[in-house]
Design a protein around this ligand. Structure first.
Ligand code: FES
Length: 373
């Protein structure tokens, strides 16, 4: 992370003043705090100053310190501590803060940084030629589970790939950043598992109740229901009701079967193996085409986000007409390739694509009674 210092004197404006509306807002914000605790408003005020001028100037720091009767150094400490505050002019349309902390780094943040260097400017905190974009590397932004991620102004964009981030930067550069939905850029709800929840789905089937005890059982060695209750021994235990001896291993396997899981050798539970990804050489893979000059916006199909669109492009799928023409086997191939678990059928991509191919959004609204996406 870079050292956070105020911008050089030659770019600092001589004075700072909140606009009329912001001054009213600042007064009301300070009043929210108890008497003697007005300094608690320092972060909201600094943030409002940044939103007004695009960055936090030295004059703004001093002005806010005066408003809150704080020593300048205290406000300077706050402004220089939090990377949310920009201490020098940044891109007017997007300042891309790429998390470079370990989880994001392990999931590809270095490639995202390389893209920023190429697409925006080789140096961090330096706006591009037109002054619209800038970038910097920051520490953990708290969405590690959806790594890698970037923050642009107050929003985070997660589960990123290089093409995905390039798309997001392009939208912001075109002044259309609002088109990009913040949060995960893949088929994931907030930080839930990819593809949907995998736990607490339905009550688990309970094992059959133990049979009633008979007098003849008294002589037999009973097998406790779990390993926890069983005294440790290496010798196989015997259940007279079974033909084969019950060992700790075989009982454990039986218990695992009930829970629908298999256990790794170390004993940790792991989900049953996922279905293998279909091969790219499979005969059911839909035919791709060369990238046409005019692409259809596949994201208009419900279930297709920027990442999935990128994957479809990699497969040579660029138009609604292509999707509309997929046969069942082809749909199944794509569904398996995207690990969608039947979502292509559930969302009826073919019907959506047919409508979009026929008459764009207007036809889609006619068919589905709502706007696409
Ligand atoms: S490590 Fe990147 S968000 Fe936490």
């Amino acid at each position: 992370m870079s050292v956070r210092r105020l911008a050089e004197e030659n770019v600092q404006p001589a004075a700072f003043a909140f606009s009329k509306d912001n001054a009213v807002w600042a007064k009301a914000t300070i009043k929210k705090y108890p008497k003697g605790r007005e300094q608690s408003a320092v972060i909201p005020l600094l943030m409002r100053a940044q939103e007004q001028d695009g960055w936090v100037t030295k004059a703004a720091i001093e002005s806010i310190a005066d408003m809150l009767t704080m020593p300048y150094i205290r406000v300077l400490e706050v402004a220089t501590f939090y990377t949310q505050f920009q201490l020098k002019p940044v891109g007017t349309r997007a300042h891309v803060q790429v998390c470079g902390t370990t989880p994001c780094m392990l999931r590809g943040s270095e490639e995202l940084i390389s893209l920023c260097k190429k697409r925006i400017h080789p140096n961090p905190l330096t706006p591009n030629e037109s002054g619209t974009l800038s970038w910097e590397e920051v520490e953990c932004q708290g969405t590690c589970v959806n790594a890698p991620m970037v923050m642009i102004f107050k929003d985070t964009y997660e589960d990123l790939t290089v093409p995905q981030l390039e798309y997001i930067i392009d939208r912001f550069d075109a002044g259309k950043g609002a088109d990009v939905k913040p949060g995960p850029q893949i088929d994931r709800i907030f930080s839930a598992p990819v593809g949907g929840p995998v736990t607490l789905l339905a009550p688990e089937k309970k094992p059959a109740a133990p049979r009633a005890k008979k007098a003849s059982d008294d002589a037999a060695v009973s097998v406790p229901p779990s390993n926890a209750a069983r005294p440790k021994t290496d010798a196989p235990e015997t259940d007279p009701t079974l033909k084969t001896p019950v060992t700790a291993k075989s009982e454990s396997a039986a218990n695992d079967k009930v829970s629908g899981e298999t256990k790794a050798e170390g004993g940790a539970a792991k989900p049953a193996a996922a279905a293998a990804k279909p091969s790219l050489d499979d005969k059911n893979r839909p035919a791709g085409i060369a990238k046409p000059d005019a692409l259809d916006d596949l994201k208009l199909i419900s279930g297709v986000g920027p990442k999935i669109e990128g994957t479809l492009h990699e497969l040579g799928i660029f138009t609604f007409a292509q999707v509309a023409g997929w046969k069942k086997a082809e749909r199944e191939w794509v569904d398996g390739y995207l690990n969608f678990k039947g979502r292509i059928e559930r969302d009826d991509w073919v019907k959506q694509a047919k409508a979009l191919a026929k008459g764009g959004e207007a036809e889609y609204i006619k068919v589905f009674g709502k706007k696409p996406r």
